[in-house]
Design a protein around this ligand. Sequence first.
Ligand code: NAG
Ligand code: NAG
Ligand code: NAG
Ligand code: NAG
Ligand code: NAG
Ligand code: NAG
Ligand code: NAG
Ligand code: NAG
Length: 572
Amino acid sequence: MRFSCVPLVQFSLAGFAAANFFHRNLAYHSPFATHPQLAHDTAKINENGIQRRQDIDSAAFRDGHYTTFYGGDFSNTPFIWGGGVNFTHAVASGDPFDTSVLLWTRAVPLSSSSGALPNVDVPVCVAYQVGTNPDLTGRIISYGERFTSYDVDWTVKVEATGLKGGYKILLSSRMVQSTLRAHNTTADIFIHLGDYIYESLGNGAHIGRQTLGRELATIKDYRQRLNQYRTDQSLVYAHMHAPWITVWDDHEVSDNPWKAGTADSNDTAVGCAFSASGACFTDRKLAAVRAYHEWMPIRQVDPQDKLRIWRNFQIGKLLDLTMLDTRQYDRDITDMYYNTEYVNTIAAFANRSLMGAAQEKWFFDTVSESKNRGAVWRVVGQQIVFTQLNELGAFDLDAWDGYRANRKRVLDHISQNRISNTVILSGDSHANWVSDLAYPNDTTTYDPISGKGAIGVEFAGTAVTSGSSFGSGITPTAANVISNQLIDLNPDLQWSEGSYRGFFTLSIDPNHLNATYYGMNNITFANLDGFATAQFVVKAGQNKLSRPVAGGSVLAGVLQAQVNVNSTDDNH
Ligand SMILES: *[C@@H]1O[C@H](CO)[C@@H](O)[C@H](O)[C@H]1NC(C)=O
Ligand SMILES: *[C@@H]1O[C@H](CO)[C@@H](O)[C@H](O)[C@H]1NC(C)=O
Ligand SMILES: *[C@@H]1O[C@H](CO)[C@@H](O)[C@H](O)[C@H]1NC(C)=O
Ligand SMILES: *[C@@H]1O[C@H](CO)[C@@H](O)[C@H](O)[C@H]1NC(C)=O
Ligand SMILES: *[C@@H]1O[C@H](CO)[C@@H](O)[C@H](O)[C@H]1NC(C)=O
Ligand SMILES: *[C@@H]1O[C@H](CO)[C@@H](O)[C@H](O)[C@H]1NC(C)=O
Ligand SMILES: *[C@@H]1O[C@H](CO)[C@@H](O)[C@H](O)[C@H]1NC(C)=O
Ligand SMILES: *[C@@H]1O[C@H](CO)[C@@H](O)[C@H](O)[C@H]1NC(C)=O
């Protein structure tokens, strides 16, 4: 898909003082406007003015139900920051609908020219304008003023409305630097499938990053980590250039979590004594979720459902992009390393769910509705590898392989309702996997050579910079030895690649959905030194990878066709 270039949209920000309501800044709704535990009472802030909010020093974090939001007495008279403002993280956009898009920025009060520290007790007001041309000399479509404050880490989120279908986003603020032009971001939309940050100890101290010496636990911790990641200039540019559609995976909160616990800190009900960090899991998750909603240009889908980020994007008649939360929303118990044997015994239970009943029903209804409305493609963005992956006798029980009946329900829904052109996107695994979608171990209906009998395709992508699951820093040659074995054991797996860090692009029209995987030659510094490792074509109506898979050859990794017999395209 490709947006045409008119009208241009500009999000212009400037320090600006005026009276207004805090609630119009969507960051105060993080994540949930109407639940007192989960959002700010913006009416009260507005009424009473701003008092210094609680700032728990993360280093001194102690167990207990810490206050994650303001705790002031609101006795001051209201006033507004009149000094300079620093748009520390430029601007971003997200969750595009046909006539609206979310805009994001962060406006931090600056020290005075004499060096006096800013008064962080008072709110900052910013104004924004959305216009039909870049210098805002044309028609102004949408404009407004929004307050931000210490409470939401100075973030600002607004929905720019009244846009015309086919809009192109070109964001700018006073902070934008022309050197950013060196980055290549030709995509119309960026999709991120989770693990945008890592909550772990962090090993960035040697390049000047602040680390805590423990895992993230408080809202201050999560905000700081998001802040750090967003200082990456390529990431900043990508956020400025095109809207992002994101979902979280595990590491936005913690490692291998399920609905009531995680590998590194147990269920609140069990007690905080189990927790390495000292933070009860529920408090930790609350802090993480709030920070994510403040920092990411993501919509609050349902004001009555505090954890919901699963949502759908209808992109004309071309496709539905359905984003799922298989991780934080309502997942049943997962592999947390100490319980692998136990989870193995329950992995096939019919009552195990990755999404929870409500989301699963919504997912099935959404893809059915997509078919009924005549959309050509159904692209499903979700976290974990879907296709069965026999890893030399073991399975990743934290992926769909730990929830086999749930996977079967998905395959049943797609195949029994003849929902064509379904393409599942997966992240999480730090390696590349491309598969025909088929029932696990199905040797009767599915033919791995021709692809006949497949009911869709899965494109799973690796990490941009995080280490390979085949072994951090593993060479292409060593990774291919492992890929060869995996390809041999897993007939549905058509391509495996475990060395290169990178990303993949999708290029979609009514007849084709093409995926191009990119590998970067050196991730130790910012560069454009990458190459297309493999290119895949899915033809509308075929529900499989076109044969020969990847045109018969790849520049990295191993193809099923290279290991097993020759394959041909029989158009089924
Ligand atoms: C504004 O914020 C950026 C990013 O944190 C920082 O590099 C820069 O020094 C700040 N500018 C001023 C004037 O404080
Ligand atoms: C930017 O990326 C696109 C898509 O990957 C590619 O076609 C184009 O050649 C790249 N341009 C530059 C200048 O690298
Ligand atoms: C969580 O609980 C399990 C079972 O009691 C225990 O084996 C594990 O060590 C605990 N994890 C942590 C991080 O305390
Ligand atoms: C889930 O199903 C298994 C196997 O049928 C059963 O043993 C178990 O009690 C069920 N668990 C719940 C919570 O219903
Ligand atoms: C498929 O076969 C493998 C190897 O026999 C087995 O371990 C796995 O459990 C099977 N998968 C399913 C979904 O039955
Ligand atoms: C996909 O690739 C095929 C084969 O190379 C090409 O004919 C088609 O134009 C491509 N379509 C898109 C949308 O990239
Ligand atoms: C990557 O770049 C760094 C910095 O230039 C260099 O030291 C390193 O040798 C390079 N690594 C590879 C694998 O080329
Ligand atoms: C593919 O077919 C060609 C021609 O029949 C044959 O020479 C080649 O060995 C086959 N490759 C494999 C991997 O079977």
